[in-house]
Every structure is written in structure tokens, then in C-alpha cells.
Design a protein around this ligand. Sequence first.
Ligand SMILES: NC(=O)c1ccc[n+]([C@@H]2O[C@H](COP(=O)([O-])OP(=O)(O)OC[C@H]3O[C@@H](n4cnc5c(N)ncnc54)[C@H](O)[C@@H]3O)[C@@H](O)[C@H]2O)c1
Length: 434
Amino acid sequence: MESELSRRTFIQQVGTTLAATPLMFSKTYAASDVVNLAVVGTGGRGTSLLKRLAEVGGARVVAVCDLDPERLNKAAHLVEQRHPVQSYADHRKLLENKDINAVIVATPDHWHTPIALSALLAGKDVYVEKPCSHNIQEANLLVKCAREHNRCVQHGTQRRSSAVDMAGVRALQEGLIGDVYVAKAINHQLRGKIGKAPAEAAPAGVNYDLWLGAAPLRAFTRNRWHYNWHWFWEYGGGDFVNDGIHQLDVAVWGLGLDLQYPQEVVTSGGQLWYDDDHETPDTQTVIYAYPGKQIVYEMRLWTDYKLEGHDNGTIFYGTKGKMEIGRGGAVATTLDGKVTAIRPADYGIQAEDILTNFVAAVRQGDPLKLNSPIDRGAVSTNLCHLGSIGVRCGGIKLAYDPKTATISSAAEANRANALIVREYRKGYELPYSS
Ligand SMILES: NC(=O)c1ccc[n+]([C@@H]2O[C@H](COP(=O)([O-])OP(=O)(O)OC[C@H]3O[C@@H](n4cnc5c(N)ncnc54)[C@H](O)[C@@H]3O)[C@@H](O)[C@H]2O)c1
């Protein structure tokens, strides 16, 4: 891993906005103080984070929030086994609570940036699940707001907090497989069909208008609801941002391409198999071309056989061999036939998990301590958005200019640029703008 000093120097050099940001610490905690946390969105992910937070020292969950009363009660019950907790059905009310220091956002994607921005404006640090945004403009706003307020914003790309991934990236940087020019991010798994769900009344007690938030008013269906919302463009971004983002993020990190955008994004994909309510693709191949390097993303959701041995994984191809980082750890195979399992201890790496790392950074009031800071998370998120925009425009080649935040060359430039932003339903406008 890069040293803290080199990372600070690097970050100070990137972008005029950041260079202008004073490196002062927002708030520090005495050893006896705890960070008061709130978890917003207590579905599958929110619940799993709640369980893990019980093991994290220096912090305590003081509030949980969900607009589904059944889920809210379950989450509150889980925490109450350890200590009292406040329950909120509306995050806007929760954010008024000045005793809450940091907010964990684990709602559907279309709520990530609006809640994260409101939390920052309310003076709180934020852990926001991946993808940090529903679109490119939102990710950029989140980075800007976090810098302006000098707050910790951790992005839920937890592979950057994995000791074995850190060691793999270190081994790549040290040249174990020679010069590395290409990485492949593999997302190859069966994501079943969801059928066609009829319109029905939203479950009793649920604030469905709030669930929809900025998205257009639609009749409730079981597919436009818990978990399956991932497959609708108005709320999610398909499996690219659901799972592929992790493999892509490792590819970017391992190739040393953090905070950079490619010169060109070549896209192809669509629905070859789904014939149900899914709007998002089941098949996607995207090539990100950087000066002298290339990332290939391959996604197929209609099979559970593995691609080059991986359902989820990232493979780096170098002049002296290849390295695979996936469920089996980090393994290098070099031209001499030697297979090396990379061990964190050999690199002196002792990682802390993503939540422990977040709490430690918050306690020190230092965003530079984060393993997955929002500026890096936003670029990984936006790379996924670009790949999906290309596919939604018919499988086009495009380029994104981060200075103007526009897609600068594409067969369907107008259509592509329209997908960088979204409309906000009245009453659910973003609380912060550029
Ligand atoms: N980092 C990871 O590995 C990882 C793993 C799984 C999920 N995730 C992310 O976590 C997020 C949640 O995923 P999930 O599978 O738990 O979804 P889910 O639909 O099961 O849960 C989301 C919960 O948020 C609630 N909610 C919606 N809008 C809300 C609002 N405005 N205020 C309060 N609660 C609200 C819903 O009622 C629901 O209970 C997604 O963005 C997903 O990408 C990350």
C-alpha cells in the first residue's frame, strides 16, 4: 500500500477543488468518547452492517431508520439486545438529531446521494453503500460536498479493506508479474428471472411515497420493492453496480488508475436471456482504455459456470505472469510455472475491516485515513454508470471528460448526456448543488 505521506501528497495534487481544500480535521474524539452511529435502510445489507458494527470498538449504533415498519422493528430489536436505540421511520427526522455523529446509508441506490448530502449538510460523517450514486452528477456532487465540509465519507467498496487484496495489489506494484497492462473484472453468476409482478397496494404502514423519493410516481409492485429494485433504472443500475463494481474497483486500484478516467469506453450488451420485469442487462462487456492500460469488464448473469475459474474476481495480466484476486485469495502464476499464494503477513499488512477503518477515520476527524474514500469510490461508481450508459444507448463507444462532466464523444451524445443526470420529483430535490 502507498504510504500515508505519498497519498496525502497525491491527493493534494489532484484537482483544483481538492488542492484548495484545507487539510484540517473536522472533529476528534477523546479516548473515552464513542461515535454515535445511525443506520438508514435496514434491509439485507443494513442488517448485516448492524451485526458487524457490534464488533467495532469506539462506536455505538444509537439510531436505526427504515420506512418499512417490519424491518425497522427487527433492526431495533437486534440492537436492543445490546443497548437502547432510537427508531425512525423517516431519515429527515433522524438527521435533525444532533447527538448522531455519523450516518450509514444502506438504502436502495436512488436514495444514496440525497441522504448522504443531507447528512453532510447536517454536520455528520457518512458511510455510503456502493454505488455512491444513482448517476454521474450525483457522485460528483457528493465528492464536492465532502471536500467542502471536510468530512469522512467512506464508500462501501470493502475489498480495499481486505488484507489479502491489499497484499495482492502490493505484489503487483512490486512487479511480481512484470509490467501489468490489462485487468479483467469478472461478474459471472446466475441472477434468476423475477417474473412479471402485477400492481398492488403497498404493504400496510409503509411510506411508499418516501421509498420512491426523487423517482417518478409508479404503482407498487413486488418487483419494484425490496432487493428487486436493483433491476430498474429508476432506482438501481443492475448487477454492474450491485456486484460488478467490486471487481472493477479492484481492477482500477491494482492497475494504479485511481482518480483517473479512461480515454475511451467501448460497450456492448443488453438482455439476451431476461424476458421479465428486468430493465437492466443480463450481458455486458465493457472495455475501458487508458493510456497504455486496459480494463475489461465481463458480466453474464444467465449461468453459474465460472469464467477463468471465477464467478467474482479480477485477473491481472502482466509480462511475467498473471495474478488472480477473488474468492480464493490472491494467487500469482508466473511464466516459470510457479504458483504463489500471496500472504498479507509477507507484506506486513494487517488490515482493519471497512467499518473499523471508517470509525477510526471519524474518530481522528481525518478523511485521508479512509481505505475507500469517496473520491475514489465516485470514480469507480461513475465507470459503472458510463458502461451502462453506453449499453443503454445501443452499445456505443464513448468518452467522458471529468473537467466538463460531460460525455464528449459518442454516437448518441445527447442521449448519453441525458443519462448523467435525472429529474427529481417535487419535494425530493437534492439538498445541495454545484
Ligand atoms: N458493499 C456490499 O458488499 C453490499 C452488499 C449488499 C448490498 N449493498 C448495497 O446496500 C444497499 C441496500 O441493499 P439491500 O440488498 O439491503 O436492499 P433492500 O431493498 O433489501 O434494503 C433497503 C432498505 O432500505 C429501506 N429504505 C428505502 N428507502 C428508505 C429511506 N428513504 N429511508 C429509510 N429506509 C429506506 C427499505 O425499506 C429497505 O428495507 C444497496 O445500495 C446495495 O448496493 C452493498
